[in-house]
Write a protein that binds this ligand. Structure first.
Ligand code: AMP
Ligand code: GLY
Length: 452
């Protein structure tokens, strides 16, 4: 606490020049997480000349493929140990990738220890960690979203369903690793989903259930980097949530993405910023939340206008992998400025004018029961427009790279148009193999000529 007071006085006394200089002197960063998202953030930051070292905790088998990037212990999720490590390494900035540590309050504890963190505090992470909380914030701030009803017991939920007498979308309120939403085709399916959630399928995440009207339309994701007061909007991205081609099969964390999404133009993005992102940040401020991190809004463009389907309190995975190659040199300074609440002093974030695409290779059994331990052969081309970001990978005792999770690799490529970018990504996917490897051949069907 004493440390914190000294720290804030120092900040207050700084001149504008000192602040700007400090933002450009970012040297050591620690990224929390082990997925493709964190691998791509580390890669993007490694491009900055001033940055000397990027630690990824715990990282994966691909982390050290990139200049200046290394994995560090603790491998554990022990927050105290991670904080001690950050203090020992004297990192200038911590970037927290996944939602779980954010919802558990890692940011709060880190800030109390004097660390500078990009990622919202526990209170702000409720935007993702409680769908009911996010809905209330949307309604209070006139942010368009699907109509919904909240239920705290199976009986209450079944009564609501009976009253409406049509299939509703059933959502567990809390974090459920992307599996807590069932888009139901029939009333029977809605009943089954309600019963499953209240019987404890998602633990405490399912103590409250939202029943939502089903809406229709293409989906697109928009993102803002926030410093509590101001925000910077990133190019929109298109995710592909279903496991199989033709948007069939179960929902996954995401099987591929591309950016900038073509469904909305620059003017639409400006309008959506005013309609959704600015009011969300305002709503957070009104709740006394100093939100310093990503606001991710998943939208559906319905015939009656855009509606928010979900908020996330972090970068999307795999959208992040497609977005990172678009970031200009200023990316690291902008993250630091957000974390310090000083976006007004940050350089303007620029974006490369190219098309960037990501295709995810997943393991046998994903998403329900991914198999681990398959050896991976990586023979891809060395090409500055191609990145292979690791996610569920690790090294065995012989130093072979083996699978260790559901989404194993993200193959990311850029080109002057989407056709070229996808051709490069798919050409290289053919050179990567592991037993049970699966990828969708139709990622980007919306923007490709050859629609497979
Ligand atoms: P979420 O986990 O909230 O992103 O939801 C997963 C997916 O379920 C979304 O990407 C949508 O495709 C679908 N979904 C969620 N809510 C609705 C809704 N109210 N109507 C139709 N589809 C929905
Ligand atoms: N790709 C969607 C997510 O990260 O939640």
């Amino acid at each position: 606490m004493v440390f914190k007071t000294i720290f804030s006085i120092k900040q207050k006394d700084m001149t504008k020049n000192q602040r700007e200089k400090r933002l450009s002197q970012l040297k050591k960063i620690l990224v929390i997480g082990s997925g493709g998202r964190e691998n791509s953030i580390a890669w993007a930051l490694s491009k900055h000349k001033s940055i000397e070292q990027i630690y990824v905790c715990p990282g994966n088998a691909g982390t050290s493929n990139f200049e200046k990037c290394i994995c560090i212990d603790p491998q554990s999720e022990d927050q105290e140990k991670i904080i001690l490590e950050c203090l020992k390494l004297q990192v200038d900035l911590v970037v927290i990738g996944p939602e779980v540590p954010l919802a558990e309050g890692l940011t709060n504890k880190m800030r109390e220890s004097g660390l500078t963190v990009f990622g919202p505090c526990k209170e702000g992470a409720q935007l993702e960690a409680s769908k009911g909380w996010a809905k209330e914030l949307m309604i209070e701030n006139n942010i368009p979203t699907a109509n919904y009803w909240a239920a705290f017991s199976e009986k209450e939920a079944l009564d609501i369903l009976q009253r409406f007498n049509k299939p509703l979308v059933i959502k567990a309120d809390g974090l459920a690793a992307g599996k807590g939403v069932v888009v139901c085709e029939s009333i029977e399916q809605s009943k089954k989903a309600i019963k499953e959630i209240f019987s404890g399928k998602f633990g405490s995440a399912g103590e409250k259930v939202l029943l939502e009207e089903r809406i229709e339309g293409p989906e697109v994701s928009i993102f803002a980097l926030c410093d509590g007061e101001k925000l910077v909007v990133l190019p929109p991205a298109q995710d592909h949530k279903r496991l199989l081609e033709g948007d069939k099969g179960p929902n996954t964390g995401g099987m591929g993405a591309y950016a900038p999404a073509q469904l909305i133009n620059q003017q639409d993005l400006q309008d959506l910023t005013e309609l959704i992102l600015i009011p969300t940040l305002k709503g957070l401020k009104e709740r006394k939340i100093d939100y310093r991190g990503v606001i991710y809004a998943g939208l559906m463009l319905t015939s009656s206008g855009p509606k928010v389907i979900e908020f996330n309190c972090r970068f999307g995975d795999p959208e992040c992998q497609a977005l990172m190659p678009l970031m200009g040199e200023e990316f690291g300074s902008v993250l630091l400025a957000c974390a310090r609440g000083e976006l007004e002093h940050a350089p303007k974030l620029t974006f490369h004018n190219i098309c960037s695409v990501c295709v995810v290779a997943s393991s046998e059994g994903y998403p329900e029961n991914p198999r681990k331990g398959d050896q991976i052969n990586l023979n891809y081309d060395l090409d500055p427009s191609l990145q292979v970001f690791h996610a569920g990978t690790t090294l065995d005792k012989f130093n072979n790279i083996i699978t260790s999770g559901g989404r194993v690799l993200s193959v990311v490529a850029q080109g002057e148009n989407f056709e070229k970018a996808f051709n490069l990504a798919y050409k290289n996917l053919e050179k990567i193999e592991f037993d049970g490897m699966h990828f969708r051949k139709d990622i980007g069907y919306q923007v490709r000529n050859n629609k497979n």
